[in-house]
Design a protein around this ligand. Structure first.
Ligand SMILES: Nc1ncnc2c1ncn2[C@@H]1O[C@H](COP(=O)(O)OP(=O)(O)OP(=O)(O)O)[C@@H](O)[C@H]1O
Ligand SMILES: [Mg+2]
Length: 112
């Protein structure tokens, strides 16, 4: 089992949500975050204006998946969130040791 974490531009969330709805994902978590990448937030455009601050608004997406679904979901995130401009974000994957569905006590793959 894996946790896919993606940082995306806020205006890409709807596209991503629509694309993921066609897949059989169990759920997702979206958090409003702020961050910067290697340009340190300086030269990036946001809503057409250059942001003169270090931190830019982003969304963090978290999706628990079966390992065999990981590559497919990463491909979908890339194709929905890519504008080709700086600041498009990043995706990383971590191993997950245990998942529990609180209502039923189901575990691991059965809890996704
Ligand atoms: N090394 C990192 N560690 C943690 N979060 C990161 C890292 N790099 C980027 N992020 C997060 O992703 C967001 C978008 O990063 P960004 O796309 O600007 O990365 P980049 O490496 O500068 O790539 P690009 O050159 O395409 O802009 C940042 O605002 C931050 O929230
Ligand atoms: Mg950047």
């Amino acid at each position: 089992m894996k946790l896919i974490t993606a940082i995306i531009k806020p205006f890409k969330l709807d596209d991503l949500r629509t694309s993921l709805a066609e897949l059989n994902i169990g759920g997702m978590t979206v958090t409003e975050v702020k961050g910067f990448g290697r340009q340190k937030g300086h030269a990036e455009l946001y809503h057409g204006a250059e942001y003169m601050v270090d931190f830019l608004p982003k969304y963090k997406i978290e999706i628990l998946v079966n390992t065999e679904d990981m590559d497919n979901i990463i491909d979908i995130i890339i194709s929905s969130a890519q504008s080709g401009k700086i600041g498009d974000g990043k995706i990383w994957v971590t191993d997950v040791d245990k998942i529990v569905r609180i209502r039923t006590g189901e575990m691991n793959e059965n809890a996704i």
